[in-house]
Design a protein around this ligand. Structure first.
Ligand code: ZN
Length: 209
């Protein structure tokens, strides 16, 4: 990296001492998109493409909004509750960008946990999925990050995360296999050690399909 291409500006994040990225630099994305158009042999000044670099910049800001949010904060507001059976939110739709090709992958997340005296609002689990998906991602890592995050923030007895997704980098390029679904799972605590918890989970997920 030389001075003409400084890394993203980062500002200190007071909550956890880590650095969070500064605001999205639209002009920089737009200039890069214009370069790509020139490099593939297009005319970025023709009518149809004139607004494209700015449009793509706004799209990337939206697709990568999760880089500027801490999913742990979302799960921090918990309620004390005696309920200690499984909580499952299934079919949480998500859209993400594969970090290898910057192409979308999208599908459904199923998130379950076994409470340990603390529960969290159901919509918060969906919000956590959204924050982690709105980043350059790989499905395997997103699955594990979600499981570890919920385990830690809820101090749960067990967490299970299953992601099912279609990857456009598999369907429109490379091996071109449209319709293929990639499934990943991460089991923590009782879901890892206890076969009956896992069976109950699978029955609930596949129920009423
Ligand atoms: Zn990819």
């Amino acid at each position: 990296m030389n001075d003409r291409h400084p890394r993203t500006r980062r500002s200190p994040d007071k909550s956890n001492g880590q650095q969070t990225p500064g605001p999205v630099e639209h002009a920089r994305i737009a200039a890069a998109v214009r370069e790509i158009l020139l490099a593939v042999g297009e005319d970025p000044d023709r009518e149809g493409l004139r607004e494209t670099p700015q449009r793509v910049a706004r799209m990337y800001e939206e697709m990568f909004a999760g880089l500027r949010k801490d999913p742990a904060v979302i799960l921090r507001k918990t309620f004390t509750e005696k309920y200690d059976e499984m909580v499952l939110v299934k079919d949480i739709g998500f859209e993400s960008m594969c970090e290898h090709h910057l192409l979308p992958f999208f599908g459904r997340a199923h998130v379950a946990y076994l409470p340990n005296g603390k529960i969290v609002g159901l919509s918060k689990l969906a919000r956590a999925v959204e924050v982690l998906s709105r980043r350059p991602q790989v499905q395997e890592r997103m699955t594990e990050e979600l499981a570890d995050l919920i385990m830690k923030e809820l101090d749960a007895r067990g967490v299970a995360v299953i992601l099912e997704a279609s990857h456009t980098c598999m369907s429109i390029r490379g091996i071109r296999k449209p319709g293929a679904i990639c499934a990943t799972s991460a089991m923590r605590g009782a879901f890892q050690s206890n076969l009956s918890s896992r069976s109950e989970l699978m029955a609930l997920i596949h129920n009423n399909r």
